[in-house]
Design a binder for this molecule. Structure first.
Ligand SMILES: Nc1ncnc2c1ncn2[C@@H]1O[C@H](COP(=O)(O)OP(=O)(O)OP(=O)(O)O)[C@@H](O)[C@H]1O
Ligand SMILES: [Mg+2]
Length: 234
Protein backbone atom coordinates (compact mmCIF):
# COMPACT_ATOMS: atom_id res chain seq x y z
CA UNK A 1 0.00 0.00 0.00
CA UNK A 2 2.82 2.40 0.93
CA UNK A 3 6.37 2.16 -0.42
CA UNK A 4 8.95 4.70 0.65
CA UNK A 5 12.26 4.45 -1.22
CA UNK A 6 15.50 6.28 -0.57
CA UNK A 7 13.67 9.17 1.07
CA UNK A 8 15.79 12.15 2.06
CA UNK A 9 14.39 15.13 4.00
CA UNK A 10 16.47 18.25 4.58
CA UNK A 11 15.75 21.48 6.36
CA UNK A 12 18.14 23.84 4.64
CA UNK A 13 21.58 22.28 5.08
CA UNK A 14 20.36 20.02 7.90
CA UNK A 15 19.79 16.38 7.00
CA UNK A 16 16.75 15.17 9.00
CA UNK A 17 16.51 11.70 7.46
CA UNK A 18 18.52 9.86 4.87
CA UNK A 19 17.98 6.88 2.56
CA UNK A 20 14.76 5.82 4.25
CA UNK A 21 13.15 2.66 2.87
CA UNK A 22 9.96 1.42 4.41
CA UNK A 23 6.88 -0.40 3.29
CA UNK A 24 3.40 -0.89 4.68
CA UNK A 25 1.05 -3.54 3.31
CA UNK A 26 -2.73 -3.28 3.37
CA UNK A 27 -4.17 -4.35 6.72
CA UNK A 28 -0.92 -4.06 8.64
CA UNK A 29 -0.04 -2.03 11.69
CA UNK A 30 3.55 -0.97 11.16
CA UNK A 31 5.65 0.70 13.84
CA UNK A 32 8.28 3.40 13.37
CA UNK A 33 10.12 3.98 16.62
CA UNK A 34 13.14 5.96 17.67
CA UNK A 35 14.36 8.60 20.08
CA UNK A 36 13.83 12.36 20.10
CA UNK A 37 14.93 14.08 16.92
CA UNK A 38 15.50 10.79 15.07
CA UNK A 39 13.55 11.97 12.02
CA UNK A 40 10.22 10.18 12.58
CA UNK A 41 7.95 13.19 12.13
CA UNK A 42 9.96 14.31 9.13
CA UNK A 43 9.14 11.00 7.44
CA UNK A 44 5.47 11.36 8.41
CA UNK A 45 5.32 14.91 7.09
CA UNK A 46 7.00 13.89 3.84
CA UNK A 47 4.51 11.05 3.29
CA UNK A 48 1.57 13.35 4.06
CA UNK A 49 2.78 16.05 1.68
CA UNK A 50 3.65 18.59 4.37
CA UNK A 51 7.35 18.83 3.56
CA UNK A 52 8.97 18.39 0.18
CA UNK A 53 11.65 15.70 0.29
CA UNK A 54 15.08 16.42 -1.15
CA UNK A 55 14.96 13.11 -3.00
CA UNK A 56 13.46 9.63 -3.04
CA UNK A 57 10.06 8.27 -3.98
CA UNK A 58 6.83 7.60 -2.12
CA UNK A 59 4.28 5.28 -3.72
CA UNK A 60 0.77 5.00 -2.31
CA UNK A 61 -1.33 2.28 -3.92
CA UNK A 62 1.11 2.16 -6.82
CA UNK A 63 1.05 5.90 -7.55
CA UNK A 64 4.07 8.12 -6.90
CA UNK A 65 2.68 10.75 -4.54
CA UNK A 66 5.95 12.60 -3.98
CA UNK A 67 5.21 16.31 -4.10
CA UNK A 68 1.42 15.85 -4.09
CA UNK A 69 -0.33 18.39 -1.84
CA UNK A 70 -1.79 17.10 1.41
CA UNK A 71 -5.43 17.82 0.47
CA UNK A 72 -5.05 15.53 -2.57
CA UNK A 73 -3.55 12.82 -0.39
CA UNK A 74 -6.49 12.93 2.01
CA UNK A 75 -8.80 12.37 -0.97
CA UNK A 76 -6.68 9.38 -1.99
CA UNK A 77 -7.13 7.87 1.46
CA UNK A 78 -4.01 8.91 3.32
CA UNK A 79 -4.45 10.69 6.61
CA UNK A 80 -1.97 11.96 9.19
CA UNK A 81 -2.85 12.51 12.84
CA UNK A 82 0.02 14.87 13.62
CA UNK A 83 2.21 15.08 16.66
CA UNK A 84 0.52 17.53 19.04
CA UNK A 85 -2.88 16.49 17.65
CA UNK A 86 -3.59 19.51 15.44
CA UNK A 87 -7.05 20.11 16.89
CA UNK A 88 -9.06 23.34 17.04
CA UNK A 89 -9.22 23.90 20.81
CA UNK A 90 -11.96 26.54 20.69
CA UNK A 91 -14.28 24.36 18.67
CA UNK A 92 -16.49 21.54 19.90
CA UNK A 93 -15.80 17.83 19.44
CA UNK A 94 -18.39 17.64 16.70
CA UNK A 95 -17.05 20.70 14.88
CA UNK A 96 -13.56 19.20 14.95
CA UNK A 97 -14.91 15.95 13.53
CA UNK A 98 -16.65 17.85 10.74
CA UNK A 99 -13.37 19.58 9.90
CA UNK A 100 -11.79 16.13 9.60
CA UNK A 101 -14.48 15.11 7.13
CA UNK A 102 -14.48 18.32 5.09
CA UNK A 103 -13.06 16.65 1.98
CA UNK A 104 -15.91 14.12 1.81
CA UNK A 105 -18.56 15.03 -0.72
CA UNK A 106 -20.94 12.27 0.34
CA UNK A 107 -22.97 13.56 3.31
CA UNK A 108 -24.27 10.10 4.20
CA UNK A 109 -20.75 8.72 4.40
CA UNK A 110 -19.72 11.62 6.61
CA UNK A 111 -22.58 10.90 8.96
CA UNK A 112 -21.76 7.19 9.04
CA UNK A 113 -18.11 7.96 9.80
CA UNK A 114 -19.12 10.23 12.66
CA UNK A 115 -21.28 7.46 14.10
CA UNK A 116 -18.34 5.06 13.75
CA UNK A 117 -16.16 7.47 15.77
CA UNK A 118 -18.85 7.72 18.44
CA UNK A 119 -19.01 3.92 18.61
CA UNK A 120 -15.24 3.73 18.92
CA UNK A 121 -15.22 6.39 21.68
CA UNK A 122 -18.65 6.63 23.36
CA UNK A 123 -17.39 9.39 25.67
CA UNK A 124 -17.08 11.66 22.65
CA UNK A 125 -20.76 11.30 21.92
CA UNK A 126 -21.61 12.45 25.43
CA UNK A 127 -19.14 15.30 25.09
CA UNK A 128 -19.85 16.21 21.48
CA UNK A 129 -20.68 19.85 22.31
CA UNK A 130 -17.74 20.33 24.66
CA UNK A 131 -14.92 22.66 23.61
CA UNK A 132 -11.96 20.43 22.78
CA UNK A 133 -9.47 22.67 24.62
CA UNK A 134 -11.23 21.90 27.89
CA UNK A 135 -10.91 18.12 27.55
CA UNK A 136 -8.29 15.88 29.15
CA UNK A 137 -5.20 14.88 27.19
CA UNK A 138 -6.52 11.36 26.67
CA UNK A 139 -9.90 12.60 25.46
CA UNK A 140 -8.21 15.05 23.11
CA UNK A 141 -6.18 12.22 21.67
CA UNK A 142 -9.41 10.29 21.03
CA UNK A 143 -10.73 13.35 19.18
CA UNK A 144 -7.50 13.58 17.17
CA UNK A 145 -7.71 9.90 16.16
CA UNK A 146 -11.36 10.45 15.19
CA UNK A 147 -10.58 13.54 13.14
CA UNK A 148 -8.08 11.37 11.23
CA UNK A 149 -10.71 8.69 10.69
CA UNK A 150 -13.28 11.25 9.50
CA UNK A 151 -11.27 11.68 6.29
CA UNK A 152 -12.26 8.06 5.47
CA UNK A 153 -8.63 6.97 5.13
CA UNK A 154 -7.25 3.67 3.95
CA UNK A 155 -3.92 4.42 5.59
CA UNK A 156 -3.72 6.37 8.82
CA UNK A 157 -0.41 7.67 10.14
CA UNK A 158 -0.38 8.38 13.86
CA UNK A 159 2.51 10.52 15.05
CA UNK A 160 3.12 9.81 18.75
CA UNK A 161 -0.46 9.28 19.90
CA UNK A 162 0.74 8.23 23.36
CA UNK A 163 2.72 11.40 24.08
CA UNK A 164 2.00 12.74 27.56
CA UNK A 165 -0.71 10.20 28.35
CA UNK A 166 -1.08 7.97 31.40
CA UNK A 167 -0.36 4.23 30.98
CA UNK A 168 -4.05 3.31 31.22
CA UNK A 169 -4.92 5.75 28.42
CA UNK A 170 -2.01 4.45 26.32
CA UNK A 171 -3.45 0.98 26.75
CA UNK A 172 -6.80 2.27 25.47
CA UNK A 173 -5.09 3.78 22.45
CA UNK A 174 -3.49 0.37 21.83
CA UNK A 175 -6.90 -1.28 21.95
CA UNK A 176 -8.27 1.32 19.54
CA UNK A 177 -5.43 0.62 17.11
CA UNK A 178 -6.15 -3.11 17.32
CA UNK A 179 -9.81 -2.27 16.62
CA UNK A 180 -8.73 -0.57 13.40
CA UNK A 181 -7.82 -3.92 11.92
CA UNK A 182 -11.50 -4.80 12.02
CA UNK A 183 -12.31 -1.57 10.18
CA UNK A 184 -9.96 -2.61 7.33
CA UNK A 185 -7.63 0.24 8.13
CA UNK A 186 -3.90 0.20 7.64
CA UNK A 187 -1.78 1.99 10.22
CA UNK A 188 1.68 3.50 10.42
CA UNK A 189 2.29 4.08 14.10
CA UNK A 190 5.09 6.46 15.03
CA UNK A 191 6.18 6.27 18.63
CA UNK A 192 8.90 7.04 21.11
CA UNK A 193 6.93 4.75 23.39
CA UNK A 194 8.38 1.50 22.11
CA UNK A 195 6.16 -0.53 24.41
CA UNK A 196 2.95 0.49 22.63
CA UNK A 197 4.48 -0.23 19.23
CA UNK A 198 5.84 -3.63 20.26
CA UNK A 199 2.41 -4.55 21.62
CA UNK A 200 0.35 -3.74 18.53
CA UNK A 201 2.65 -3.62 15.46
CA UNK A 202 3.15 -6.46 12.99
CA UNK A 203 6.65 -5.23 12.24
CA UNK A 204 8.73 -2.29 13.33
CA UNK A 205 11.31 0.04 11.84
CA UNK A 206 13.79 1.47 14.33
CA UNK A 207 15.19 4.85 13.35
CA UNK A 208 17.98 6.81 14.93
CA UNK A 209 19.99 9.80 13.71
CA UNK A 210 17.94 9.96 10.50
CA UNK A 211 18.53 6.37 9.40
CA UNK A 212 16.67 3.09 9.71
CA UNK A 213 18.83 0.98 12.01
CA UNK A 214 16.69 -2.14 12.36
CA UNK A 215 13.58 -3.65 10.84
CA UNK A 216 11.99 -6.75 12.33
CA UNK A 217 9.00 -8.25 14.07
CA UNK A 218 8.47 -7.05 17.65
CA UNK A 219 9.37 -10.45 19.15
CA UNK A 220 12.70 -10.45 17.31
CA UNK A 221 13.51 -6.87 18.33
CA UNK A 222 12.69 -7.69 21.93
CA UNK A 223 15.27 -10.49 21.80
CA UNK A 224 17.99 -8.37 20.23
CA UNK A 225 20.28 -7.17 23.07
CA UNK A 226 21.53 -4.13 21.15
CA UNK A 227 18.01 -2.97 20.28
CA UNK A 228 16.83 -3.67 23.80
CA UNK A 229 19.57 -1.61 25.36
CA UNK A 230 19.51 1.30 22.93
CA UNK A 231 15.84 1.64 22.03
CA UNK A 232 13.56 -0.42 24.22
CA UNK A 233 14.95 0.18 27.68
CA UNK A 234 12.79 3.23 28.52
N1 LIG B 1 11.22 22.78 10.37
C1 LIG B 1 12.43 22.38 10.75
N2 LIG B 1 13.52 23.15 10.55
C2 LIG B 1 14.76 22.74 10.91
N3 LIG B 1 15.02 21.56 11.49
C3 LIG B 1 13.97 20.76 11.74
C4 LIG B 1 12.62 21.12 11.39
N4 LIG B 1 11.80 20.11 11.77
C5 LIG B 1 12.59 19.19 12.33
N5 LIG B 1 13.89 19.55 12.31
C6 LIG B 1 15.04 18.78 12.81
O1 LIG B 1 15.07 17.54 12.14
C7 LIG B 1 15.43 16.49 13.04
C8 LIG B 1 14.36 15.43 13.02
O2 LIG B 1 13.18 15.99 13.56
P1 LIG B 1 11.83 15.17 13.64
O3 LIG B 1 10.78 16.10 14.11
O4 LIG B 1 11.61 14.47 12.36
O5 LIG B 1 12.20 14.10 14.78
P2 LIG B 1 11.29 13.07 15.56
O6 LIG B 1 11.93 11.73 15.41
O7 LIG B 1 9.89 13.22 15.15
O8 LIG B 1 11.49 13.55 17.07
P3 LIG B 1 10.46 13.60 18.30
O9 LIG B 1 10.36 12.20 18.81
O10 LIG B 1 11.12 14.52 19.27
O11 LIG B 1 9.15 14.11 17.77
C9 LIG B 1 15.61 17.15 14.41
O12 LIG B 1 16.99 17.35 14.63
C10 LIG B 1 14.88 18.46 14.27
O13 LIG B 1 15.46 19.46 15.09
MG1 LIG C 1 8.21 13.75 16.12
Amino acid sequence: MLEVSNLVVRYGPFLACDAINLSVKAGEIVGLIGPNGAGKSSIARAIAGLVTPASGSIHFEGVNILGAPSHMLIRRGLSLVPEGRGLFPHMSVEENLLMGGYSLINQERRKALMERCYELFPIMKQRRNQMVGTMSGGQQQMVAVSVGLMGDPKLCIFDEPSLGLAPIVIQQIGETLEGMRKLDLTVLLIEQNAKLATTVADHIYVISAGRIQHHDKPQALLQNPEVLEKFLSA
